[in-house]
Design a protein around this ligand. Structure first.
Ligand SMILES: Nc1ncnc2c1ncn2[C@@H]1O[C@H](COP(=O)(O)OP(=O)(O)OP(=O)(O)O)[C@@H](O)[C@H]1O
Ligand SMILES: [Mg+2]
Length: 466
């Protein structure tokens, strides 16, 4: 062996790859240290056939016999201990005098395979989780969003990649807030908090957000992973709870006041009557009459307050919502104020009944209808009423084309004494009493409105159980 050949041998032995030289009869005629150590041990003359995993043998021999420029393929070999190993094989034909030999270079890719599989597992988890997830680069530009994120935000992947997550910010959190977040994550720490975002269609969605920096091998920040958990529903339920608790406490307070005021008022009222009967002075009787009418007004308000909080003494029956609405309409459709208003009614067929007190429901619809008439402010317009039902609920909507309600007021219209009407025109008890009645029968009353766009009241009740 020449010294040059010796040099080559040393170089080949130092390589991490397994290198084999094979003749046309598949015999291994030379191999480096890696190959002999891992595959053959001392058995130098073995056929190459035996090194491939049984199910790969035929294919590999066929491929090695084919003519090729260079073969590059993933396959499996069995090492001397009988363990199957994933390898990447590069092969080349070389001419050596009159013989054609094949050089086979096999690189162990077990570790690489394992990493790929890990990566595949992680990326699948991220891709298919129900939590909206976004990945940004170190500058904060989005490089990945999962399908849940597209669903939740209403934006498509293509609209988001390359953008700053600011695109779905709600503007509810100020600069200082986001600066704090950035400082936190740039220092390599995980940030957790609640954020309000905005979907493409403009609606809000609340999420709990976890932002964790993605650290590369050198310890630098390669990007950020943001995982959201949708808490919109939870937020809504919380708000609803707060609202209904507030209504309840206001109700208790009002009932207490009504009770305390009611008794002295009755006393005053009977004293006035006594005076009226005994006095013959014109002036005095006139003033007493005025007092009496004011007392009646207070008494009416008090009665409404008490009605709200006291369980109804009327009889609960199976009631048809269509009947109720017909009756309410027949009452309010008289009078000059409604002459320019176009009423349209759509009664659902086969409307299931609800358990309620008919008179009280009529009162609810009279309140809502009078409000609708008032909202038209004497101008022409329309009021549309519709009844409908689902599997478990019966409902009615009352839609007017009136002045509408500002967002800030929507919260308050069901509160007692909240009115935008002139003194003497409204006490602000109508909707409050209606709310109490509807809730009392297990129902719900909601409003949708915007200034200048009219209002729609939805009133629903559970259907009578059979
Ligand atoms: N359909 C509607 N369109 C516009 N605003 C409405 C409508 N319904 C109610 N509102 C607003 O809600 C307020 C409260 O209504 P509510 O029926 O409780 O009291 P009110 O009508 O003012 O007085 P009351 O019914 O006691 O005579 C109204 O003053 C009005 O500002
Ligand atoms: Mg009213």
């Amino acid at each position: 062996m020449s010294s040059v050949e010796l040099e080559y041998e040393r170089v080949f032995d130092a390589l991490p790859e397994m290198i084999l030289v094979v003749d046309r009869e598949d015999r291994v005629v030379a191999q480096n240290r890696q190959a002999s150590d891992r595959l053959f041990g001392a058995r130098k003359s073995s056929s190459i056939e035996t090194i491939f995993a049984p199910d790969r043998r035929d294919e590999m021999l066929r491929r090695l016999h084919e003519s090729f420029e260079g073969l590059s393929i993933e396959t499996q070999v069995v090492d001397r201990a009988g363990v199957t190993v994933d390898v990447h094989v590069d092969a080349k034909h070389v001419r050596a005098g009159r013989r054609t030999l094949t050089v086979v270079i096999a690189r162990d890719i077990t570790e690489q395979k394992r990493k790929e599989l890990d990566l595949l597992r992680y990326s699948n988890v991220i891709h298919y989780t129900i939590n909206p997830i976004q990945i940004t680069d170190a500058q904060g530009k989005m490089v990945y969003v999962n399908p849940a994120f597209e669903r939740e935000s209403g934006y498509s992947k293509d609209e988001l990649i390359g953008q700053n997550p600011r695109v779905f910010g709600s503007g509810k959190h100020d600069r200082a807030f986001w600066k704090g977040v950035w400082e936190h994550i740039l220092s390599g720490k995980v940030w957790v908090g609640q954020v309000e975002n905005r979907r493409k269609d403009g609606t809000a969605f609340h999420t709990e957000l976890v932002i964790s920096p993605i650290i590369d091998q050198k310890g630098g920040i390669a990007g950020f992973l943001g995982a959201h958990r949708d808490i919109t529903e939870q937020k809504m339920l919380q708000e609803q709870l707060v609202r209904s608790q507030r209504m309840e406490s206001i109700g208790t307070l009002a009932a207490g006041i009504a009770h305390e005021v009611g008794n002295p008022l009755t006393a005053i009222s009977s004293l006035v009557q006594v005076l009226q009967r005994t006095s013959s002075d014109r002036f005095i009787t006139e003033k007493l009459e005025l007092i009496d009418s004011q007392i009646s007004r207070i008494a009416r308000i008090i009665r409404e307050l008490v009605d709200f909080s006291r369980p109804s003494s009327h009889v609960v029956k199976d009631v048809s919502l269509n009947h109720v609405i017909r009756e309410a309409l027949s009452i309010i459709q008289y009078g000059k104020r409604v002459k320019d208003i176009k009423f349209s009614v759509l009664y659902a067929d086969d409307l299931p009944t609800i358990r309620a007190v008919s008179d009280q429901l009529v009162q609810v619809f009279i309140n809502v209808l009078i409000n609708a008439v008032d909202a038209l402010e004497g101008k022409s317009g329309s009021i549309a009423i519709e009844t409908l039902h689902t599997a478990h609920a019966v409902g009615a909507t009352v839609r007017d084309t009136g002045k509408g309600i500002a967002k800030a007021e929507l919260e308050r219209i069901f509160e007692p004494f909240y009115t935008t009407k002139a003194v003497g025109q409204g006490t602000g008890l109508g909707l409050w009493v209606s709310y109490g009645i509807v809730k009392g029968f297990g129902g719900n009353i909601e409003v949708e409105s915007a200034p200048g766009e009219g209002s729609t009241f939805h009133i629903t009740f559970p259907t009578t159980k059979n």
